[in-house]
Design a binder for this molecule. Structure first.
Ligand code: PRP
Ligand code: URA
Length: 221
């Protein structure tokens, strides 16, 4: 079971930050953090962890009863309501969607391109390709790194501007600074992360973190 924390700034009766403490995820996180792990294994582990996290991230998704004829009898089963949309933030978010789609193949995928300016750490948007009816169901923002929170905050604003109403974020590693920024800018949005790290360094990198997720994923280090 994941551990949970409730944000002081966001008045709500459900946790605003869900940190996974599953042994399988922790084991894979050790591999992904290791600087000796090459891009091939980094990608594989990122995708696998994302797939494992889907189980908890989708827990609140609504279902409706439907009649089903089994080989034995008629019964009532459950079917998801609404269209699920996954939105990875390029580049690194792309590394999580394959694992998510493996267990949630019915989801559609929108794309947001954001690059963090190395000097100012401010996000620069370069792509916005989203479905028109984002309010047709739950939307999951996907980015492995939540550092200052600038990119995720901008992405959530873009999703809200595009009509999304039922939002949450999934990431691999979160810094307390990024979590606080999201709680302030977007209160009520749940954040699911595989690990909550200690802090940011002077360059805005997460400590201990895993380095630059996009570079490690694509071998552009
Ligand atoms: C990384 C990461 C996030 C962002 C997090 O992307 O994937 O999008 O940094 O930092 P923040 O919380 O301080 O905004 P980056 O800008 O390096 O782009 P890339 O994925 O193309 O390498
Ligand atoms: N982006 C990354 O890829 N890694 C960090 O540690 C911070 C931002």
């Amino acid at each position: 079971m994941p551990t949970t924390q409730t944000s002081d700034s966001a008045a709500q009766d459900t946790p605003a930050l869900i940190v996974f403490d599953h042994p399988l995820i922790a084991h894979k996180m050790a591999t992904i953090r290791d600087q000796a792990t090459n891009h091939r294994f980094f990608r594989a582990h990122l995708s696998q962890i994302a797939g494992l996290m889907v189980y908890e991230v989708t827990r609140s998704f609504k279902t409706k009863p439907i009649p089903v004829q089994t080989p034995v009898t008629k019964t009532t089963a459950q079917q998801l309501i609404g269209t699920i949309t996954i939105v990875p933030v390029l580049r690194a978010g792309l590394g999580m969607i394959h694992g998510m789609l493996e267990v949630m193949p019915e989801a559609r995928v929108g794309h947001l391109g954001l690059a963090r300016d190395e000097e100012t750490l401010e996000p620069i948007a370069y792509l916005n390709k989203l479905p028109k009816d984002l309010d047709a169901g739950p939307v999951i923002l996907v980015d492995p790194m939540l550092a200052t929170g600038g990119s995720a905050s901008a992405a959530l604003t873009m999703l809200k501007d595009a009509g999304a109403t039922d939002l949450r974020m999934i990431c691999l590693v979160a810094a307390p600074e990024g979590v606080a920024r999201l709680h302030k800018d977007h209160p009520g949005i749940k954040i699911y992360c595989a690990a909550l790290d200690e802090r940011l360094d002077e360059n805005g990198y997460i400590v201990p973190g895993l380095g630059d997720a996009g570079d490690r994923m694509y071998g552009t280090v």
